[in-house]
Design a binder for this molecule. Structure first.
Ligand SMILES: NC(=[NH2+])NCCC[C@H](N)C(=O)O
Ligand SMILES: [Mn+2]
Ligand SMILES: [Mn+2]
Length: 303
């Protein structure tokens, strides 16, 4: 892993309906991210926040376009800007650590990162698959679509954003923590043989063997691995400050072990840490957990 971490705040809220998730990057900074990573010996720089040029207010926040996509233009423009920043970060040899913000930001982060890899792997650590398109989505919220879009499904302009073509091959994706998949997502997973670990699988096999299986699956076929952590992968008792909580999730200590195993592999090349919404939180608890997850990924061991 690069010794230089570049933090990019992706202060977007347009991928989902709740106000406040654009404050996620500051909540994570306030919880001490920079200091935690510097203490591990990394050189940490912070780009500050990329913020949508569109203003947000309660009544303009969730506007549908003709094809069931909410805040389409806003998400599109934001993703382009984020993709360029992430692209530059990888070009300069730094590790991009993108703080969210809602999960639609991964459209931009994957667009920027994938330019640098032939066969990018993706570990999607989340309660949700985020594999919907405008037809399968129950909500029209684009934060339920970024992985599908990056795999080439859905709106053509979003799929071809920043650099034309698909960003990630579905066989290079591993889903971990799944417990709220929509019918269309289940079908897509089956049809494309995406390696998927539900909470049931994790309870049966244990998180250690799940993470090792994930890494083995991506071995040989990928030249870099992007890790996308949605804090709703964790149980809402751990991370209540998020817009779409789902009961029955991972604990903090399981997640720390998962991150330590990824760190030991030395194969993670970029990361998103998303869906922290301090307006829904209890005393910034969720952002504090997010910092602990990042710490474990970058090398803090419990012993
Ligand atoms: N990144 C997230 N939290 N996504 C939640 C998605 C929920 C649901 N599957 C939808 O498409 O609306
Ligand atoms: Mn989620
Ligand atoms: Mn998500």
């Amino acid at each position: 892993m690069s010794q230089n971490i570049h933090i990019i705040g992706a202060a977007t809220t347009f991928g989902q309906p709740r106000l406040g998730v654009d404050l996620g990057p500051d909540a994570i900074r306030y919880a001490g991210l920079d200091k935690a990573l510097s203490s591990l010996g990394y050189t940490v720089t912070d780009a500050g926040d990329i913020r949508s040029k569109y203003r947000v207010n309660a009544s303009n926040h969730s506007i549908k376009n003709e094809t069931n996509l909410l805040n389409y233009r806003e998400v599109m423009d934001f993703s382009l800007e984020l993709a360029a920043e992430v692209d530059n970060t990888v070009s300069s040899g730094q590790f991009p650590l993108i703080l969210g913000g809602d999960h639609s930001l991964s459209i931009g982060s994957l667009a920027g990162i994938s330019k640098h890899y032939e066969d990018l792997g993706v570990i999607w650590y989340d309660a949700h698959g985020d594999l919907n398109d405008s037809r399968t989505s129950p909500s029209g919220n684009i934060h339920g679509m970024p992985l599908g879009i990056s795999c080439g499904v859905g709106d053509e302009d979003l799929v071809n954003l920043y650099n034309p073509g698909i960003k990630v091959k579905p066989q290079n994706v591993v889903l971990i923590g799944m417990r709220d998949l929509d019918e269309g997502e289940k079908l897509y997973i089956k049809e494309n043989g995406i390696l998927t670990f539900t909470m049931g699988d994790i309870r049966t096999k244990g998180i250690e063997s799940v993470m090792k299986e994930a890494l083995t699956h991506l071995e040989g076929r990928t030249d870099g691995i992007h890790l996308s952590v949605d804090v709703d992968a964790l149980d809402p008792l751990e991370t209540p400050g998020t817009g779409t909580p789902v009961d029955g999730g991972l604990s903090l200590s399981e997640s720390q072990l998962a991150m330590e195993i990824l760190n030991d592999s030395g194969r993670i090349t970029s990361m998103d840490l998303v869906e922290v919404n301090p307006l829904l939180d209890e005393k910034n608890k969720t952002a504090e957990k997010a910092v602990k997850i990042a710490e474990s990924l970058f090398g803090k061991k419990q012993l």
